[in-house]
Write a protein that binds this ligand. Structure first.
Ligand SMILES: [Mg+2]
Length: 119
């Protein structure tokens, strides 16, 4: 079972991966800080779950989400963002995200997200 973590912040990736490892045993975590690497890694690894940041310098997370949902790979996508606007949430859920977590993350938020996507 694999998880792909996409976030341009190394700090955010490390914090998230620590919580994932505490809450899910035996999952392989693939990570990238470069949004442009997200789709190549996604199609190569076919992860069951993706944690996806929205605001990144080269490509928006919304565009990555749309690309993920165009594939036939049945991954769950949890968006993790500091953007708490209701409009952003509506757009992201409209694009097919399975759950959205507001930064800053903590153990409870990640546990809720994992429960929500039934991982
Ligand atoms: Mg970011």
């Amino acid at each position: 079972m694999k998880i792909l973590v996409v976030d341009d912040s190394g700090f955010a990736r490390r914090a998230l991966i620590k919580l994932i490892n505490e809450q899910l045993e035996g999952w392989a975590v693939i990570e990238t800080g470069e949004g442009k690497q997200a789709m190549p890694l996604f199609t190569e690894h076919r992860p069951e779950l993706v944690f996806l940041d929205l605001t990144m310098p080269e490509i928006r997370g919304e565009d990555i989400l749309a690309e993920i949902k165009k594939t036939d790979i049945p991954s769950k996508v949890i968006v993790v963002s500091a953007d708490i606007q209701q409009k952003t949430r509506e757009i992201v859920m409209g694009l097919g995200a399975d759950y959205m977590v507001n930064k800053p993350i903590n153990a409870e938020k990640i546990a809720e997200a994992l429960t929500a996507v039934m991982i």
